[in-house]
Design a protein around this ligand. Structure first.
Ligand code: SF4
Length: 438
């Protein structure tokens, strides 16, 4: 039997697409093996969000040829799309699939083997006008506890530091009916939680008569799905009406990843972010008005070109004031082809490192604080797997707020893929798990 192996880099959208490509390979008779194993075909879904992601993408492509020099290596995703037609030969990929071309995978693999291994380039200029949404679907067996669900592609924001709009093209969304067909299949396969995701999820439905709140209400109607989690959102989407409608959906997980990037208006302007700190705060307050102690999580870039110590201090203080449950800190990564790459006053790695350290410390304090607020309370936990922490076996999973929870594993007890009401006892500090009991 032919063997195939896949490797995903980057975001939830990439993860979804890699799973959909895995299904296409299975339907074509391939056995899916681990990426370290020898295979006839390797598929790498690349990422280009930072220089490190670019480097990892190259490394993974090269690794395949080392594992099996005879294999067919398929490279797709944002790192590949950013090259355009000028893919360097030394990259070592046999089939180059641009973004929006992933559903051509099987056809191109057959073409490659029939063409006695001629390199195949299947690519479109994704920025040349509007492109159709590339329909992909997942109908898989229950391998994970939660299913990522891509509902939107592309981005029109052009934040000055970001290469994604150039790699993913203009915004486009799925039909709600198409999403419901997929969710119904996932529920039938045993999934209890879906994570609604996109490249710019907040623009879902732009240019149509429906929006994200409509989609969430429709997904909530699907029997068997007990939890709906949202991927990263932009603060502009959090209006009174959105917060009110979404809070009326009992299956919604009260965890909102509201992308901030900087806590300082002057930096936000240079980033070409489309909101002010006042508007961001209003969004957070609306979520805290309509949800009971929701988990607000975010991303912040430190060391953006020209970021003064004073601007950074403003961001640091703002992060403390908001008290995020989780704070993901990224050191600014210069991306060729972006506006920010040409900006003056690029900061040194030493400055970025020092600022990252201070912000991460502040973030950990607010994480601890949020966890402490839940000790003694009840949480609904979707348990995923059994793990050993410091030599003790636990079942671990996540609450609706995305709090990592652990329960001691009793003999013959299997909690995986079960949602249970649990009491929060204390924090397993080292692992930042909440120890819970039934
Ligand atoms: S919203 Fe900004 S950061 Fe996010 S993908 Fe679009 S351009 Fe990039």
């Amino acid at each position: 039997m032919k063997k195939a192996a896949l490797h995903n880099l980057g975001c939830k959208v990439n993860a979804y697409e890699t799973e959909a490509m895995e299904e296409l390979l299975k339907e074509d008779g391939f056995e899916i093996v681990d990426f370290d194993e020898e295979a006839d075909v390797y598929v790498i879904n690349t990422c280009s969000v930072t220089n490190i992601a670019d480097r990892k993408s190259r490394q993974m492509i090269h690794k395949c040829k080392k594992t099996n020099p005879e294999a067919c290596v398929v490279a797709t995703g944002c790192y590949i799309q950013n090259f355009g037609k000028d893919i360097p030969e030394e990259l070592g990929a046999d089939i180059i699939l641009g973004n929006n071309k992933k559903t051509d995978l099987i056809e191109k693999i057959h073409e490659f083997f029939q063409s006695k291994n001629e390199t195949i380039l299947d690519y479109i200029d994704i920025n040349d006008g509007w492109v159709e949404y590339e329909p992909m679907i997942i109908k898989k067996d229950l391998e994970h506890t939660r299913a990522f669900l891509k509902v939107q592609d592309g981005c029109n924001q052009f934040c000055s530091y970001c290469i994604i709009p150039y790699a993913r093209g203009r915004i486009r969304s799925r039909e709600i009916s198409d999403v419901i067909t997929e969710v119904t299949g996932l529920a039938a396969a045993g999934y209890k939680e879906v994570v609604i995701t996109g490249i710019h999820l907040s623009s879902f439905g732009t240019g149509t008569d429906y929006g994200l709140a409509d989609l969430l209400e429709a997904v909530a109607e699907v029997d068997g799905i007990e939890r709906i989690r949202m991927g990263s959102l932009e603060p502009q989407i959090v209006t009174e009406d959105f917060a009110k409608r979404v809070s009326a959906i009992s299956k919604i997980c009260p965890q909102f990843h509201l992308s901030l990037q900087s806590g300082c208006d002057t930096v936000l302007t240079r980033m070409n972010r489309k909101y002010t700190i006042e508007e961001y705060t209003r969004g957070v307050n609306l979520l805290r008005k309509y949800f009971h102690n929701p988990a607000i999580t975010t991303d912040i870039i430190v060391g953006f070109p020209g970021e003064t110590e004073e601007e950074f201090e403003t961001t640091l203080q703002y992060a403390k004031d908001i008290s995020f449950y989780e704070l993901h800190v990224f050191a600014y990564s210069k991306r060729a082809g972006t506006l920010a790459a040409k900006m003056p006053n690029q900061l040194t790695n030493a400055v970025k490192k020092e600022r990252s350290k201070r912000l991460i410390e502040a973030g950990l304090e607010s994480t601890q604080q949020y966890l402490k607020e839940h000790i003694g309370s009840e949480l609904e936990v979707l348990f995923e797997e059994k793990v050993s922490l410091d030599g003790v076996d636990y079942f671990v999973g996540f609450s609706k707020e995305y709090i990592k929870c652990a329960i001691k594993a009793e003999d013959n007890q299997d909690y995986s893929n079960r949602i249970l009401k649990c009491k929060c006892r204390y924090i397993l500090d080292k692992h930042l798990y909440m120890l819970v009991e039934i």
